[in-house]
Design a protein around this ligand. Structure first.
Ligand code: GLV
Ligand code: GLV
Length: 323
């Protein structure tokens, strides 16, 4: 029996190769590097048995209804799944594949790069070299904050949070605090201390947000949160933009309540070029590139294809989301 598959974007070749080699699949691809328009998505999924989607695709009841009862598997090229209405998906008995683990190293590495770039003011420095602001070596010019001897607080010590902590420890971090719903046995690998959120916020020199977006974490980093941070502390977020109240962050950064922020995620994405956060020298914003290495994106696309085929064949999916 031939099964219809809709793919919402041109994927890296590793994934496309696997899909085109599957004789049971009739694959149609939104063959572009840009997101599929909503009406094309609604059209494309009609009668589909399988759907491959990406972060910008909102998979809600409307999409599921447009697909109809054939749909048995959704395979997303992401570790996050807040773009999908899981309750609606569950109601319809649809299986979901995602891409944890394979992007952990790349995302942790990017987070460390963002932290260092923000704390040591790299984008500002690069800009000064280009615009003639570099007049001489000066004792306090472009000074920032270093990791040596510092306290780092990780909010959400999951797979990626742990990988970030493992990479930061060799910089001479003195204490590694973390908070979240539960204490994690793997925290021992980084001598992580499980502390209440307030303790983490008030004692950390660097705060790294690495939790998933849930009703509990939505807007977690707000005015009250920033007001408890040290004035010299640096805030980093590489999870989801909606964990942060951006107006409150802008206020904290512009008033000097906190030292700096580095964000790989924002609301919305892309962030409009006239957004107030982009006027601040002490805010470094990246365009959601945590997992963006050639090899990681290739491996992600292959996993996406294998998850899809497992779902279509009613067999094991290499990374099935349980929900
Ligand atoms: C990236 O944010 C992902 O969820 O894969
Ligand atoms: C810096 O280059 C120094 O020599 O201190």
């Amino acid at each position: 029996k031939i099964m219809k598959v809709f793919v919402t974007r041109r994927l890296p070749q590793e994934g496309m190769k696997i899909l085109s080699a599957a004789p049971e699949c009739e694959v149609s691809v939104w063959d572009s590097d840009e997101p599929v328009p909503r009406e094309e998505l609604l059209k494309g999924v009609q009668k589909a048995h399988g759907l491959v989607c990406l972060l910008p695709d909102k998979i809600d009841a409307e999409v599921l209804d447009a697909a109809g009862p054939n749909l048995k598997v959704i395979s997303t090229m992401s570790v996050g799944f807040d773009h999908m209405a899981l309750d609606e998906i569950k109601k319809r008995g649809i299986r979901v594949g995602y891409t944890p683990d394979v992007l952990t190293d790349a995302t942790a590495e990017l987070t460390v790069a963002l932290l260092l770039a923000t704390a040591r003011r790299l984008p500002e420095g690069v800009e000064e070299v280009k615009n003639g602001g570099w007049s001489s070596w000066k004792p306090l010019w472009l000074c920032g904050y270093g990791l040596s001897g510092s306290t780092v607080g990780v909010i959400g010590l999951g797979r990626i949070g742990l990988a970030i902590a493992q990479r930061l420890m060799p910089f001479g971090v003195k204490r590694l605090l973390y908070s979240g719903r539960t204490a994690k046995p793997h925290a021992a690998e980084v001598k992580g201390e499980f502390v209440p959120m307030d303790t983490l916020v008030s004692q950390s020199d660097f705060i790294v947000v690495s939790c998933s977006l849930t009703p509990e974490t939505q807007g977690l980093c707000d005015k009250a949160f920033f007001s408890k941070m040290k004035k010299t502390a640096v805030f980093i977020n590489s999870s989801r933009g909606a964990v942060v109240n951006q107006e409150d962050l802008f206020e904290a950064l512009s008033s000097g309540q906190i030292a700096a922020a580095g964000l790989d995620v924002t609301t919305p994405e892309p962030l409009p070029t006239n957004h107030p956060l982009l006027t601040l020298k002490n805010c470094v914003v990246l365009p959601h590139i945590g997992s963006a290495t050639y090899s990681t994106r290739g491996v992600m696309s292959a996993l996406v294809a294998r998850n899809l085929l497992g779902g279509l064949q009613d067999t094991e999916m290499p990374s099935e989301l349980t929900f």
